[in-house]
Design a protein around this ligand. Structure first.
Ligand SMILES: Cc1ncc(COP(=O)(O)O)c(C=O)c1O
Length: 429
């Protein structure tokens, strides 16, 4: 180790990583995951890896289908007919929601469509507020939903811009809420990793009669929430990030009890009250729960792995996961700030733990090439245009040593950009 590296605390950080790993109560969970060999997988905020429990749950669903055919809907260890509700109750526990307020269904985008179709009232002057840097699919869904209701998005959609540091200020959002009917925000901003103050925003929205919903794609399974206690109206997410449910796994939605009488905007027979669904009535009698927002037959094979992957999260416990996650991102941020080798990147994620989700983001003009070079060198991050690299140390399977090694690799690449600065992003960077 060179004198220079020691001066920048590298040796101390390495010792700290070893110490933290030695006392990590969650270290055992790593063995439950299939991780790409010889890599540090920091992309669990895009696609969580497979765990043995998810694989077993998927195989169990396949075996039920294989051996029992149609019987699988009502018999077997995990009857498919009520799987969405059963898994919903388990996800509800991660979100601080009562069991019936959550259902596993659809995808982030289709669930947002359904929630808009159900809760947005198309009236003259209807305005929806959202974050200008929101995930594009959310913006597309909001715009198309407004258009379907005969509203002009150029007037009905109010966008709140982040500040010059890329941070969304809650005060600015609250100001923009005045006169709006609905506000839709990320719980954790997908670019910067900023965690919004959901309690404050919800209180402020309700004080002026605004309905508020959150995209929890980057927080479910990572950051504990208290959706019922805060009084959030609705939320939606996917299950393929921190919930490790697999590519295209069924997503989920939360509907606060105060909206359980709302007529489903996009109606379908799986939104019916379970006890009468199979009576085949020609008029829908929706379930007295969030389940009323389901549409058609659930994608059982895209839902079954969640049955297993949730078990791992439940065993670890969300508070312990959050604590380790914050310690890991804090550790990486400290490494980035301690060493002048990182002066050429900007760290855009908030430094305060209570304002940070599960990933950190750095900005560099050559981020596309840097991200590819990290992959080539065994660190899997992701790239978000135009200039961001996201690093997500998911606490179930990432060690502090991994965090240390990843930052060290980043440093080596930044010290010699000749091999990567001209690389262009691939189709899925
Ligand atoms: C924050 C956020 N919202 C929405 C989406 C879109 O999700 P889906 O493709 O599952 O509808 C994503 C996908 O990664 C996301 O990260």
């Amino acid at each position: 180790m060179t004198e220079d590296r020691d001066q920048n605390g590298s040796r101390a950080f390495h010792a700290e990583a070893l110490e933290l790993d030695a006392h990590d109560p969650l270290a055992q969970f790593r063995g439950r995951f299939f991780l790409p060999p010889n890599t540090i997988y920091l992309d669990g905020n895009s696609l969580g890896p497979l765990c043995v429990d998810a694989e077993a749950a998927l195989q169990a669903a396949v075996a039920t289908w294989k051996l029992g055919g149609i019987e699988g809907w009502t018999n077997g260890p995990s009857p498919w007919f009520t799987m969405a509700e059963r898994l919903g109750a388990r996800v509800a526990a991660l979100l601080g929601a009562e069991s019936d307020a959550v259902v596993v269904t659809g995808s982030t985008t289709t669930n947002l469509h359904q929630l808009l179709a159900t809760l947005l009232r198309p009236e003259p002057g209807t305005t929806v507020v959202t974050d200008a840097s929101a995930f594009p699919s959310d913006l597309y869904a909001i715009k198309s939903s407004l258009a379907l209701r005969g509203l002009d998005a150029s007037k009905a959609l109010r966008l709140v811009n982040p500040d010059r540091h890329g941070i969304l200020q809650e005060g600015a959002i609250i100001e923009a809420m005045h006169g709006a009917q609905m506000v839709i925000l990320p719980a954790v901003v997908y670019t910067t990793g900023q965690l919004l103050d959901m309690a404050r925003l919800t209180t402020a929205a309700h004080e002026i009669g605004v309905i508020i919903g959150f995209d929890c794609a980057h927080s479910v399974g990572s950051v504990p929430h208290e959706l019922d206690q805060w009084g959030v109206d609705f939320a939606f997410w996917c299950s393929y990030k921190y919930l490790n449910g697999g590519p295209g796994a069924a997503g989920g939605l939360y509907l606060n009890r105060r909206h359980w009488q709302a007529v489903p905007g996009l109606a379908g027979w799986f939104g019916a009250a379970k006890e009468i669904q199979m009576k085949m009535t020609t008029t829908l009698v929706p379930a007295d729960s969030a389940g009323r927002l389901q549409i058609g037959t659930p994608n059982i094979l895209s839902m079954a792995p969640i049955d297993g992957s949730l078990t791992v999260i439940e065993e670890a416990g969300l508070p312990a996961l959050r604590l380790k996650s914050l310690t890991q991102t804090d550790f990486m941020l400290r490494m980035l700030h301690a060493d002048p080798a990182f002066n050429c990147v900007s760290v855009v994620s908030p430094l305060e733990g209570e304002r940070r989700g599960g990933h950190i983001t750095i900005q560099h003009p050559g981020a596309a090439g840097l991200s590819q070079a990290l992959r080539t060198n065994g660190v899997i991050p992701d790239y978000r245009p135009p200039d961001m690299v996201r690093l997500a140390p998911a606490p179930l399977y990432i060690s502090f040593q991994d965090c240390f090694q990843a930052v060290q690799q980043l440093k080596l690449l930044l010290q010699d950009p000749s091999g990567w600065q001209d690389l262009q992003p691939g189709l899925v960077p």
